[in-house]
Ligand binder design. Structure first.
Ligand code: FES
Length: 193
């Protein structure tokens, strides 16, 4: 009777080094875990970046200034002219309809130089009027008067401070103002919340 010879089977450890097969399994498992981790984390991070993109863009590009008028709409006559401030309010993800949020007096002091004053009287919040004949601002509520640059005219003025100046940026032919209201009735210029 002839003896059966078993077929040769390919082995994971052909040379028979002790511990080689478990080490190879360990590397395979580690590699699988790493690839699985990358496949899970990369799309999650990419999604998060896309989600936060509006916030990043807002921080980079938005100085808070609002376009109020064109230079061509503001006569170069060293007189204050009143303009509404219209805000197209946007947060990171939404754009809201244009809404009036206040008004400013703009005065051109040079070819490309403009000063801005908030129209609100710092005494109790009435709107001041410009009086061309007197070349000053008058508050109709308690008769405070202010010079062209907003300083208090009359020492007896009940207003605790000058009219509030606002930063202006000229971008090309457009006038942008960093509009802000301030607390009334106090000497310090404290932004309203
Ligand atoms: S509110 Fe303007 S003087 Fe009082």
């Amino acid at each position: 009777m002839s003896e059966k010879i078993a077929p040769e089977v390919a082995s994971d450890n052909p040379v028979g080094i002790p511990g080689e097969a478990p080490r190879r399994d360990f590397f395979k498992r580690t590699l699988a875990i790493l690839i699985g981790g990358i496949v899970t984390v990369v799309p999650a991070v990419a999604g998060l970046l896309v989600f936060l993109d509006p916030l990043r863009r807002k921080n980079k590009n938005n100085s808070g200034a609002i376009r109020v008028a064109s230079l061509s709409a503001l006569p170069n006559d060293n007189r204050p002219h009143k303009f509404s401030v219209i805000s197209s309010r946007t947060d990171a993800w939404n754009k809201f309809p244009a809404t009036p949020i206040g008004a400013v007096y703009l005065r051109r002091t040079g070819e490309k130089q403009v000063e801005a004053l908030n129209v609100i009287c710092p005494h109790a919040g009435c709107f001041v009027d410009f009086v061309p004949s007197e070349k000053c601002f008058l508050c109709p509520c308690h008769n405070s008067t202010f010079a062209l640059d907003g300083k208090i005219n009359d020492p007896k003025s009940p207003s605790p401070r000058a009219l509030d100046t606002l930063p202006v940026e000229i971008r090309g032919e457009e006038i942008y103002v960093q509009f802000q209201n301030f607390r009334a009735g106090v000497a310090e210029k404290i932004p309203d919340a």
